[in-house]
Design a protein around this ligand. Sequence first.
Ligand SMILES: [Zn+2]
Length: 410
Amino acid sequence: MIFKYYNFSSLPISKEQLRDYMERMDRANGNSRDQNVSRAAIVDLESNLWMDRTLRFKIDNAVPQQTKTLIHRAMRHWQENTCLKFIQASTHTQDYVKFVNRYNGCFSTHVGREGGIQYINLPFDCNHLGIVIHEIGHALGFWHEQSRPDRDRYVRVNLNNTSPLNWFNFLKMRDSVVDHQGSHYDYGSIMHYHLNSFSKPGCTGSDCITLSISNTSEYVRQGSPLVGWWQNLSDQDILQTNRFYSCPCRSRNEGIYGNLTIFLRHGSNLFNPHNTDPSVFPTAYVTVTAVDCNGLKTVRNSQTIQNKVNPRWDEWLVMGVRTWQFFRIRVWDQQITPSSQSLTMSQTFTVSSTPKMREKNCHNSDCTNFVVFDHEVVPSANFRKGSSILHKRTYVTCLLLNLLDTLVLH
Ligand SMILES: [Zn+2]
């Protein structure tokens, strides 16, 4: 997976180290809001992107030529499939990845750009193209696929088949940490573990299976890929990268031209699922970022009013006339500040003329604890606020606020 400082699998690790690790994980999952620790890179998912869509790197002199060749092949693979670039760090570069081969195990020390020097460790036994592509994926901002907040609908974690010391490798992340950019759970992702990763030494047969596929029909729909067989980026890996880094469209057909309008609403119990008093209407902050086919962003902010008696809150956010690709909705429970630690939800959705997302709808009445939204792209430049058929829609997409969904192990 995915965690910062994630790979202790091949290192001797004490209980103290594990506890320290778990605490850091806990903070990464937002469970310790009073920690005096900067979580900016986690709070703002975009702040750990590489600037100018370019990862700068150095390769340690001790890295052998065979590994260097693989590193360059892996970077070329990322470059050919996404809009990212890789260039050598200069003596003035502050933030860069250094490839080394000093330690045991294949790992990246960070997920995304952390600031300063960060490392990807590739000793001799990591000399496989897929592994190098995978570790670069961590440095670009990817967590492990099986750590997605929705993973329990697709895989089952068999903790009995792994040592408790390795349980942290199977933690599930919260929505505030992971935005899967509107992609579906991807068994074929370069970031997905093998089905017997971290199994106990000497195990046999089914006792070695640490991850079971629990959604067989979806697995078959995806073409029954070899899980954890890291060779190249999957289509979903590429989609996620291009969205995470707001890459321009490859063709204009990928976007929809028109006036994009996002309709927002949320229920009365948004930040207190146990609140049954509809007159208490907590404050929420919503940021919508829409990205057009040139990779340019348009941002609109919205704020609910605290203690509003009306348990419903509706707003139209008009993003303007462009060729739109996708939009991202973020929900905060505090006003956004540089030190804000309040991101509750970040989700990304494809702009569609006939929103496919409505396949996953829930009825308004089921949405008391949800942010609900829909969107449309109106081709006419004469769009009039409030004139849309959105008024009449009874079904809208819900963003579940997983406030109580912490580090649950299954
Ligand atoms: Zn990994």
